[in-house]
Design a protein around this ligand. Structure first.
Ligand code: SF4
Length: 461
């Protein structure tokens, strides 16, 4: 995480900020930090010396809830003035009250996610706005928590689905797409600020624009529809002008996603699809109430690979969902092998408080869920390792994330196949030519010499 502290002046009030959770929560944090800085507050990542602390929480799984509640407790103990925002802030506790207030009654304010305005109101109440805002100190792209060379771009908030294991719609509400002009303007500011990889995120990226009937917006004097295809094509064309990458996350396999694959083959957007499938068996998908559950995903993925052979498919799955039989689980193992999923993550099913799936019949015992998760990962990792090995000898474009020793000693980067934080890496050996140096945030060509676990080893040239 990059340092977000600003020093506008000795008298500026200081807000400590802790950001927990997924990339969607991270973009909420960035909006709040941007607003704080625009109004002349200092921000820091620690509680020390802060006049007030904001904790942006995650409420998705039980471990995340615990981490969020512990962080709030620490902030209260060390600082005392704490505002809570994010998904956990929207969760009900026992008897219907607010969970955070029940656990930590002394917090100053609690808001749900995507609530910059409410958070700022609470900050104004408890730590009045400085007189002389240092507007000029805010960079045009806003404050980012990611390194300078990549950034998340949130295109919508909320979700129209009601997957039975998920409580996100009750916390974040139904789908609200951002106007396409705003999204593209933000993308351009990010590229102008040096971003070389733009990661498009939302709860349901494929559904972009559904809520506004794909309304036509304007950007750069031209009409553009708020629709995934138009968004991706325009973003890709824009990125090309800056020599940057665009990567798509949380893409449900609705039929119109097929139209995006030729854009990948053309090189407008990275040939990488993060498709959260969660399972393969139609009955389990029905019990999960998954979007696009009727799609024939094996055939779809095969067709995508025909159109764009280098496409990398990442997905996440749940093992041990209530009622999952051994045969249904075996179906999932076969699917991962047949579909040749390049990168797979798997959770053992964990009942989230308030989720409809908790009421389903035949819960799978804890130990069996865990055992299935481990069996799944063994199969998925073998597929993944095999696919990685096929890259040995290939030449890849690598975005350099770190380059110690003035870039002469090698470094670490990622290819189109690796999203930051969740996938593997390309470990760069010292460059072949003595005259070459690696620079963070720049691309290099590299020849793959070996595969190791989730990573590749490559020689830059
Ligand atoms: S699609 Fe399903 S899992 Fe994803 S946010 Fe919506 S309800 Fe939750």
């Amino acid at each position: 995480m990059s340092d977000t502290s600003l020093t506008p002046g000795a008298a500026a009030p200081k807000v400590g900020f802790v950001s927990l959770g997924c990339p969607k929560a991270l973009t909420d944090s960035e909006l709040i930090l941007t607003q704080l800085s625009a109004e002349g507050y200092q921000t820091s990542k620690t509680f020390a010396g802060a006049d007030l602390v904001i904790v942006n929480t995650c409420g998705f799984i039980d471990d995340a809830v615990r981490e969020s509640l512990d962080t709030i407790g620490e902030a209260l103990a060390e600082n005392g003035k704490v505002i809570v925002t994010g998904c956990l802030g929207a969760r009900e506790g026992e008897g219907g009250g607010n969970l955070v207030r029940q656990m930590h009654p002394s917090v100053l304010a609690v808001t749900g996610p995507h609530a910059t305005h409410e958070v700022m109101e609470a900050v104004h109440t408890h730590l009045p706005k400085p007189h002389d805002p240092f507007v000029d100190l805010v960079p045009p792209q806003g404050i980012k928590l990611t390194p300078r060379h990549y950034a998340y771009l949130k295109i919508s908030e909320g979700c129209n689905h009601r997957c039975t294991f998920c409580i996100i719609p009750s916390m974040r509400g139904d789908l609200v797409s951002r106007p396409i002009g705003d999204v593209l303007t933000e993308a351009r500011k990010l590229f102008e600020a040096g971003v070389k990889e733009l990661l498009v995120v939302s709860q349901d990226t494929s559904a972009y624009g559904v809520d506004v009937q794909y309304r036509t917006g304007f950007w750069d004097g031209k009409p553009v529809k708020a629709r995934l295809f138009d968004l991706v094509r325009t973003l890709g064309e824009l990125a090309k002008g800056y020599g940057a990458w665009v990567r798509l996350h949380y893409v449900y396999p609705y039929p119109h996603v097929d139209d995006i694959i030729p854009l990948m083959a053309e090189g407008l957007v990275l040939p990488y699809l993060d498709v959260p499938l969660q399972h393969s068996h139609p009955d389990v998908l029905k019990r999960m109430k998954r979007p696009a559950s009727g799609e024939r995903n094996l055939e779809r993925i095969a067709r995508w690979r025909e159109i764009c052979p280098e496409i990398v498919v990442r997905s996440t799955f749940i093992a041990g969902f209530p009622g999952e039989t051994e045969a249904e689980f075996q179906h999932l193992l076969d699917f991962v092998q047949e579909a040749q999923i390049d990168r797979a993550g798997c959770f053992a099913y964990s009942p989230v408080e308030g989720a409809a799936a908790n009421l389903l019949a035949d819960p799978v015992p804890d130990a069996l869920r865990e055992e299935r998760r481990a069996r799944f990962m063994a199969v998925a990792e073998a597929v993944s390792a095999d696919r990685l090995r096929r890259r040995v000898g290939a030449t890849l474009q690598v975005l350099v994330d770190s380059a110690p020793g003035l870039g002469k000693k090698g470094g670490v980067g990622r290819s189109y196949a690796d999203a930051p934080e969740i996938d593997g890496l390309v470990r760069l050996l010292p460059p072949e030519k003595i005259s070459k140096t690696l620079k963070v945030g720049e691309f290099t060509r590299a020849r793959v010499v070996a595969a190791e676990g989730h990573d590749l080893l490559a020689v830059p040239f």
